[in-house]
Ligand binder design. Structure first.
Ligand code: DGL
Length: 271
């Protein structure tokens, strides 16, 4: 058992949708969240750049004495997870593999849609994992970069988001998909809009659920679960950002089941 915190990171606010599920499943744990607000979005950047950013963040999180790392960003999970696993002597889990497993378990037709950033779609990593689970699966990917900006602008239930969703979902119109992976951490924040545009016959998969389950298994395996009964309060969660702490706090308080007093800004390039 360990009272040390779990390190969670994302390019910005999107990973909060993952943190929310982690808290729901593992409420006894302490969390240190880092949002790279200064350097987001990651989804349009190269593999080398996202890997360098991810390494710096893990180095920073280690200074907070974390016992495990959750890469709560699809883009970083898609392109940097292998390097992080090799380089750091810590249990690490990303969101892509759990998302692929969840989709493989959900689909009946074997035809799955994937929406995410350009980097995630072009990495081909979801296909790789899906093939491992079920070789007959066919994946149709569609990059949806505008969703990230719309969420960050707070356009959650908004006609503009509805229209953009309608256009993006047209990519799946003549397909037989019955399952759609929300392969970007921002997307669960507009899940209802995506569901309406995709149609009720399509099951949406949020990789965060399976990630939380996977983290629980990982901590159990390493004997790192915290079984003390800690009350859910602010001190159990620490938030750090590379820029815009006020903006971060505003958006975080919209999506988390607790109120965040603030996020501390740090100079991530120094790590
Ligand atoms: N958090 C990123 C992801 O899940 C989306 C935002 C970005 O492009 O940085 O891919």
């Amino acid at each position: 058992m360990s009272r040390r915190p779990i390190g969670v990171f994302d390019s910005g606010v999107g990973g909060l949708t993952v943190l929310k599920e982690l808290i729901r499943r593992l409420p006894n744990e302490r969390y240190v969240y880092f949002g790279d607000m200064a350097r987001a979005p990651y989804g349009t950047k190269s593999r080398e750049t996202v890997t360098r950013f991810s390494r710096q963040i893990v180095r920073f999180l280690r200074t907070r004495d974390v016992k495990a790392i959750v890469v709560a960003c699809n883009t970083a999970s898609a392109v940097a997870l292998d390097d992080i696993e090799k380089e750091f002597d810590l249990p690490v889990i990303g969101v892509v593999k759990p998302g692929a497993k969840s989709a493989a378990d959900t689909t009946q037709t074997g035809h799955i849609g994937l929406i995410g950033t350009e980097a995630t779609i072009s990495s081909g990593i979801y296909e790789n994992y899906l093939q491992d689970y079920r070789p007959d699966i066919r994946l149709i990917g569609k990059a949806c970069p505008l969703f990230v900006s719309l969420v960050e602008e707070g356009c959650i239930e908004d006609p503009v988001t509805t229209e953009i969703a309608r256009r993006y979902m047209a990519a799946f119109r003549d397909t037989d998909i019955d399952t759609l992976i929300m392969g970007c951490t921002h997307f669960p924040m507009i899940e209802d809009t995506i569901q309406r545009a995709a149609g009720e016959h399509v099951r949406l998969v949020n990789p965060a659920y399976e990630t939380a389950k996977g983290l629980q298994e990982l901590l159990t395996e390493y004997d790192l679960l915290n079984d003390e009964d800690i009350p859910v309060h602010e001190e159990a969660y620490k938030f750090y950002v590379s820029d815009a702490p006020d903006r971060f706090r505003r958006i975080a308080n919209l999506f988390l089941p607790l109120s965040i007093a603030g996020a501390k800004q740090i100079a991530i390039e120094e790590y």
